[in-house]
Ligand binder design. Structure first.
Ligand SMILES: CC(C)(COP(=O)(O)OP(=O)(O)OC[C@H]1O[C@@H](n2cnc3c(N)ncnc32)[C@H](O)[C@@H]1OP(=O)(O)O)[C@@H](O)C(=O)NCCC(=O)NCCS
Length: 185
């Protein structure tokens, strides 16, 4: 099967929102409570249309149905769907700031087949081409192994507040890009 990601477009957003909900409900159970999962979908976990608009969000699909998505950002937001934001997300400076890796979600039936890795490799290539030398991720607990496999290191834990008084633990992960981006050896 070919996992070649393509750029997401606005018309993908409803299907991607559905995919993200299925991914979170299917894969977050061992890490977060049902109340945290309910509060996270459509708020912390959802599509950030700014990335779609920027052309930095990708989808992997089969037969017209998406089963993986993820992307990167040249902007300030570290996580969250655009439902949490008012106004435009400002760009950061590639010479001094890290690029962001954002919102990776794979359908529970399709995990561990290299889909997340295929999107990560593409993101790192584009991040380097955009002039960034460092990358920052606010990872979910289940997302950590994917980013570790690409050589990211944990630099802290951050509680992200959600509507309804819930919060979830995320892991701040950082990497300085090698001359040739890709997975750790
Ligand atoms: C995190 C996620 C996107 C990974 O997607 P994936 O397509 O399954 O990842 P890949 O198959 O490309 O995995 C690449 C490597 O990452 C590591 N990895 C990924 N998932 C792992 C897991 N559950 N346990 C251990 N290692 C894992 C492995 O090193 C793997 O390589 P290998 O399979 O050759 O050992 C997916 O598990 C997911 O959607 N999780 C729920 C949503 C989420 O929390 N996303 C992260 C947001 S920050």
């Amino acid at each position: 099967m070919d996992w070649t990601p393509r750029r997401a477009v606005e018309a993908d957003v409803p299907a991607l929102e559905a995919l993200i909900g299925m991914s979170v409900r299917g894969l977050h159970g061992p890490y977060y409570s049902p109340a945290q999962i309910d509060a996270s979908i459509g708020t912390v976990f959802g599509v950030d249309r700014q990335l779609v608009e920027d052309g930095t969000y990708f989808v992997v699909e089969s037969g017209g149905a998406p089963f993986g998505c993820g992307g990167w950002s040249r902007r300030a937001a570290l996580c969250g769907s655009d439902s949490l934001r008012t106004g435009r997300d400002p760009e950061v400076d590639p010479r001094t700031d890290p690029a962001r890796v954002r919102a990776f979600f794979v359908h529970p039936s399709w995990v561990r087949r290299g889909i997340g890795a295929s999107i990560m490799a593409l993101c790192e290539r584009e991040i380097a081409e955009a002039g960034f030398t460092t990358v920052l991720i606010m990872a979910t607990l289940p997302g950590v192994p994917l980013y570790l496999s690409f050589g990211y290191a944990e630099t802290g834990r951050v509680l992200v507040d959600m509507p309804g008084g819930q919060s979830i633990e995320t892991v701040r992960m950082e990497k300085t890009l090698p001359r040739t981006p890709g997975r750790a050896a």
